[in-house]
Design a binder for this molecule. Structure first.
Ligand code: ATP
Ligand code: NAG
Ligand code: NAG
Ligand code: NAG
Length: 366
């Protein structure tokens, strides 16, 4: 950067010298600016230009599209589509969608990269009939929660147990390190973009906790890699949630709490209230297992964010600034943990603070 600055000032000086010689050869002096003023002016101009460039480099929003207005219920629009189309029917799914290759598989769905009208799309099929209830729950959630936070639904067929969604070539968040390691993505492998992913992630949790259906808990998250596999990385480097098969509802007014599955959970990725509380001598019994609320999602945020921040220059500086809020997320008492909104506010504050300080450090060199 210093080199560029020096070059720019040299350039500025050169151009004002040109002016001086021109001034000298043409017409009387009093009609032009004194050379010192000219020099100052052109230097100011160059500095202003450099500031603009800096702004462009450091403040340019990581993604280009302002969220286009969403389609009415039952319709979708993908990138490069002008109008909203109705969700595809069973008939259209059967005749117009051509599966190409398998790209993923979980407990509930087998996912195929497919082609529809020369576009790439993702076709999910139920893996086994036992999972039909989860599949239908996921579909109902997908239909109700369409927004910028959720993968776009293109169609579904309950009879065939198929769901068609927008395809995201960068795949799930579990591939993040491999993707950012590719040379063509080196330019986004920065603490700024990675912190922005953490902002996206917490925005999704905040959305689920205040969804149109009520407070939903992201239950498909009993370990880090399972949690990551529920989110897709878009080509614009933002996040959408993809798998909504396990999203039970907490109802404060009726006092209804949730349990994530019927089996015993272990480890410290899950919140402490998700662990069997009665000791090793008492065998696990789902009926005796106390239920819990959406604060289990808050407990997991520091681990997911830390993964998203990774180990690039500046990651540790960001971690340092998030230390207090992350400590609060790990409170043993669920009610003492912050809300997703509190965390989001802190993340955004830190993002702006650090961006500004990086910029002012760079400007000080001018
Ligand atoms: N639209 C998509 N674009 C790209 N990849 C996708 C898409 N949908 C799914 N995948 C890939 O397929 C994997 C499995 O999908 P999904 O999580 O929906 O299956 P699942 O059976 O519900 O999984 P789980 O066992 O977590 O319930 C994802 O982790 C992702 O890698
Ligand atoms: C990504 O950005 C492009 C514009 O550059 C936009 O057309 C497209 O809709 C965006 N895609 C997503 C998934 O947001
Ligand atoms: C990143 O790439 C380097 C070399 O290109 C390789 O050694 C390393 O294992 C890769 N890391 C990941 C996480 O893929
Ligand atoms: C919560 O429970 C109350 C009382 O049982 C009920 O009226 C309300 O509809 C429930 N809210 C949601 C979002 O289900």
């Amino acid at each position: 950067m210093q080199e560029t600055v020096a070059e720019a000032q040299e350039l500025a000086a050169d151009s004002s010298m040109d002016k001086k010689t021109q001034d000298g050869s043409r017409g009387p002096r009093h009609r032009s600016l004194p050379p010192a003023v000219g020099l100052l002016l052109s230097m100011a101009l160059m500095n202003a230009l450099l500031y603009l460039c800096l702004d462009w480099f450091f403040v340019a929003p990581p993604r280009s599209s302002p969220v286009s207005t969403h389609c009415p219920y039952g319709h979708f629009r993908m990138a490069q589509m002008k109008n909203c189309s109705p969700w595809l029917s069973c008939e259209e799914l059967r005749t117009e969608v051509r599966p190409l290759k398998r790209i993923g598989e979980g407990a509930v769905k087998r996912v195929f990269l497919s082609e529809w009208k020369e576009r790439k799309v993702a076709l999910s099929r139920l893996t086994s009939l036992e999972m039909k209830d989860d599949f239908l729950h996921g579909l109902r959630m997908l239909k109700s929660l369409q927004s910028k936070h959720v993968v776009t639904l293109l169609g579904y067929c309950e009879d065939d147990s198929t769901i068609l969604t927008e395809y995201h070539p960068l795949g799930s968040l579990s591939n993040l390190e491999e993707t950012l390691n590719l040379s063509k993505y080196q330019n986004v492998n920065t603490w700024q973009h990675r912190l922005q992913l953490a902002v996206d992630y917490v925005s999704i949790i905040d959305y689920l906790h205040h969804s149109p259906l009520g407070t939903l808990v992201m239950c498909d998250s009993s370990d880090l890699s399972k949690t990551l596999s529920q989110y897709l990385l878009t080509s614009n480097f933002s996040l959408v949630v993809n798998d909504l098969d396990a999203l039970p509802l907490v109802n404060r007014s009726s006092g209804a709490l949730v349990k994530c599955g019927h089996r015993e959970l272990h480890g410290d990725f899950v919140a402490p209230e998700q662990l069997w509380p009665y000791g090793e001598d008492t065998p696990f019994d789902d009926d005796l297992m106390p239920p819990y609320d959406e604060k289990i999602d808050i407990w997991k945020i520091p681990d997911v964010s830390s993964f998203l921040l990774g180990h690039v220059e500046g990651s540790d500086m960001v971690r340092f600034h998030l230390f207090d809020i992350h400590k609060a997320c790990k409170s043993q008492t669920p009610a003492e943990r912050p809300t997703a909104q509190d965390i989001l506010d802190t993340y955004k504050k830190v993002l702006n603070l650090l961006r500004d300080s990086v910029m002012s450090q760079t400007r000080e060199m001018l």
